[in-house]
Ligand binder design. Structure first.
Ligand SMILES: [Zn+2]
Length: 276
């Protein structure tokens, strides 16, 4: 199993000067204690409601810069929804797939290829049946490390995932959140974008709330509630089914229901995919 490394991103110190510093202090420390590399940063580049400005903005942005990658950690929406994302893939509990089928819950799986031998693909297809399978790198490396071959880590697995899951991934979750926060250094964004954009990644997706491997919920808003547009991070660990069930209940208590993250971004069109 990949070790859960608690990392304070150097990007935090390079946050854009005008970005609000909402994540320091006791709440932040508590979140750091819970998360595997969890860092919350500004949502200054957050995206809009799919029903309104977002599709047009994305459309225009793709026409101008087809390989441009956006860095997000939440969805800016007034819809009463939140988004469930599950990372890595080391533990494959069939009860999770059964729960998804019974509850019809949309889940975005950010899958590490090292945890996904071909004969396990059916499990992830079932878990993502109302959502999608996206890229979480080949070996779970730090993307900003000079020794990491970002092209191999991300682009090197795109075709394999496209074959296994019928869609080329267009979202990337950077392991440990490393280099992926909306407010982190633009030089990091540029380096990652220049490599992953040309192989089809459109969004680098981090998170605003998480459930720790022990089942504890923590949010950047410092409360027990989920907020509309929150992207919640979980991992494939034992006990995940109960964590999911509790998370959906927490959503109800917060007046929210899970929605498919892909529906709130925009899928690359088929022609664009085919060229990659
Ligand atoms: Zn991970």
């Amino acid at each position: 199993m990949i070790p859960c490394v608690l990392q304070v991103s150097p990007a935090n110190g390079n946050r854009q000067a005008n970005a609000p510093n909402r994540y320091d202090g006791p709440v932040m420390k508590a979140l750091l204690a819970l998360a595997c590399g969890a860092l919350f940063a500004s949502s200054a580049l957050g995206v809009g409601s799919p029903a309104e400005a977002m599709p047009l903005q994305v459309q225009q942005w793709r026409e101008i810069q087809p390989n441009k990658v956006r860095f997000i950690s939440q969805i800016d929406t007034t819809d009463k929804v939140f988004f469930i994302t599950i990372d890595d893939g080391w533990t494959k509990d069939p009860a999770v797939a059964t729960w998804v089928r019974q509850t019809r819950t949309p889940i975005t799986v950010f899958l590490t290829a090292a945890a996904n031998p071909e004969d396990t693909s059916d499990f992830f297809r079932r878990v993502s049946r109302y959502g999608s399978v996206q890229n979480h790198t080949r070996t779970h490396s730090y993307l900003t490390s000079p020794s990491t071959d970002v092209n191999d880590e991300v682009c090197g697995i795109q075709s394999t995932y496209a074959k296994r899951y019928d869609e080329r991934p267009w979202m990337l979750r950077p392991p440990y959140g490393n280099g992926g926060w909306p407010g982190s250094a633009t030089s990091e964004h540029r380096r990652i974008s220049s490599v992953v954009g040309p192989c089809g990644i459109k969004f680098v997706v981090n998170w605003t709330a998480l459930v720790s491997n022990e089942g504890k919920f923590a949010s950047q808003n410092g409360t027990d509630r989920i907020q509309a547009g929150d992207i919640v991070l979980l991992h494939f660990v034992s006990g995940l089914r109960d964590q999911l069930s509790a998370l959906v209940e927490r959503g109800k208590w917060s007046g929210l229901k899970p929605a498919n993250l892909a529906d709130y971004l925009q899928r690359p069109n088929v022609a664009e995919n085919a060229r990659k």
